[in-house]
Write a protein that binds this ligand. Structure first.
Ligand SMILES: Cc1cc2nc3c(=O)[nH]c(=O)nc-3n(C[C@H](O)[C@H](O)[C@H](O)COP(=O)(O)OP(=O)(O)OC[C@H]3O[C@@H](n4cnc5c(N)ncnc54)[C@H](O)[C@@H]3O)c2cc1C
Length: 376
């Protein structure tokens, strides 16, 4: 039962990797009171699973025993094969990282283990809660009007708020902060279950086609994730949210379709997710930070998202601690510097993204590829 008015030091919106990592870092390294507010009931299928071995450094930093994730959370992916720019296979570890081992993650186990650790360390996690209004009190704290389907409406007063609400950056929008969407990329995909050992290939496969690109990978639990990326209008025109249309396009691929031969489809209908690149306006508000996808969301071709969510979460926790323990101007400047660094990193990412897309010249007239020949 939540009381009608509560106080906390830090209110974090969004229980994805970024929000959970910020909460855990603060609980581990400070005495601050933390409240993590999640809009959903946490039951949604979690997508995005290709990570580098640096994930284990974060787990270590978060003081979680890697074994707590169990045997089914991480499987090594022995390099990736891409048919991008040519019918000949290109072998690489991942598009932007060439030196580290990579892993496929069971996102459900991973995200839930982080949340379980937050609860174990006395952080409050409030799911199914919607933020109706955000305002500033005279003493500079935030006042959040929250609503829960069974507990009703309640107020949370917080010294600092964090937007970790993902690509939509819902909290930043609510605060009137702008964001810049670079493209209209969407993902549509299905999960397949391997029914025998022979089907399991520890592979991460990318294949570009006229209308966009596919990726397929073996996940923990002997499942394949197969996913197509294109622009929202193209996905709508091709009706790819319908299984017959999705399957027909999959059947036209040269390589990806072979991954799922003899497997059993798990999800009846394809799932659809936004996958556009965006960065927030990096305007500074006192006692506020956006992190993870809410700050910078990357094209999944980069496999940057989860690593960035974790690193920005750890970094944000340090800034919040400094800001709340010694709220002086130079602390605010550190936050400004953090925003500037993110801005520069995002610009650098855009250049890399353009270089990657420019490597594919086989369908230069097709709208998906044509739109990616220029940078912004
Ligand atoms: C199809 C696809 C494939 C991807 N593949 C990869 C990959 O292989 N490797 C990789 O590193 N990254 C990948 N990504 C990106 C990766 O999933 C994200 O970068 C990562 O999940 C970002 O974490 P986050 O915590 O910032 O946001 P999210 O994981 O999106 O979490 C945000 C949370 O905030 C909640 N929320 C939203 N609004 C509110 C609100 N108003 N109040 C409270 N809660 C709210 C949401 O319900 C959600 O739980 C992929 C993304 C997509 C779409």
């Amino acid at each position: 039962m939540v009381s009608s008015t509560m106080d906390t030091d830090v209110a974090i919106f969004g229980a994805g990797p970024a929000g959970a990592c910020t909460a855990l870092s603060l609980l581990n390294y400070t005495d601050l009171d933390i409240t993590l507010i999640e809009q959903s009931d946490l039951n949604r299928e979690r997508i995005g699973e290709h990570v580098t071995e640096s994930i284990f450094d974060f787990i270590d930093y978060l003081k979680i025993d890697a074994e707590a994730f169990g045997n089914d959370c991480f499987i090594p992916s022995f390099g990736s094969t891409s048919y991008w720019g040519s019918d000949l296979p290109g072998i690489r570890n991942s598009v932007f990282t060439t030196q580290q081992s990579t892993f496929q993650l069971n996102r459900e186990l991973f995200d839930f283990q982080l949340l379980e650790n937050i609860a174990d360390r006395n952080g409050k996690v409030i799911p199914r809660t919607h933020c109706k209004k955000i305002s500033k009190l005279e003493d500079n704290r935030w006042e959040l009007k929250l609503s829960h389907p069974t507990q009703g409406e309640f107020t949370l007063r917080s010294r600092f708020i964090v937007d970790a609400s993902g690509r939509n950056a819902n909290i930043s929008r609510q605060l009137g902060l702008g964001s810049k969407k670079v493209d209209d990329l969407m993902a549509v995909g299905r999960f397949f279950q391997c029914t025998n050992e022979q089907q399991r290939k520890q592979e991460y496969l990318i294949e570009s086609t006229e209308h966009g690109w596919w990726y397929g990978a073996l996940l923990p639990g002997n499942q394949y994730s197969v996913c197509f990326f294109s622009d929202a209008d193209i996905i709508a025109d091709l009706k790819l949210n319908q299984q017959s249309h999705f399957n027909a396009l999959l059947a036209k691929t040269k390589h990806i379709r072979k991954l799922v031969v003899g497997t059993k489809v798990i999800s009846p209908n394809p799932w659809v997710r936004k996958a556009y690149s965006q960065n927030n306006a990096f305007e500074s508000l006192p006692n506020f930070l956006a992190i993870g996808d809410a700050a910078c969301a990357f094209d999944p071709i980069s496999s940057l998202g989860i690593g960035f969510a974790l690193s920005s979460g750890c970094h944000a926790a340090k800034l919040i601690d400094a800001n709340l323990s010694e709220p002086k101007n130079d602390q605010a400047q550190l936050i400004n510097q953090f925003q500037t660094d993110l801005h520069n990193q995002f610009d650098h990412y855009l250049t890399l993204r353009q270089q990657i897309y420019q490597q594919e010249n086989r369908w230069n007239e097709a709208p998906f590829w044509l739109r990616r020949q220029s940078n912004h």
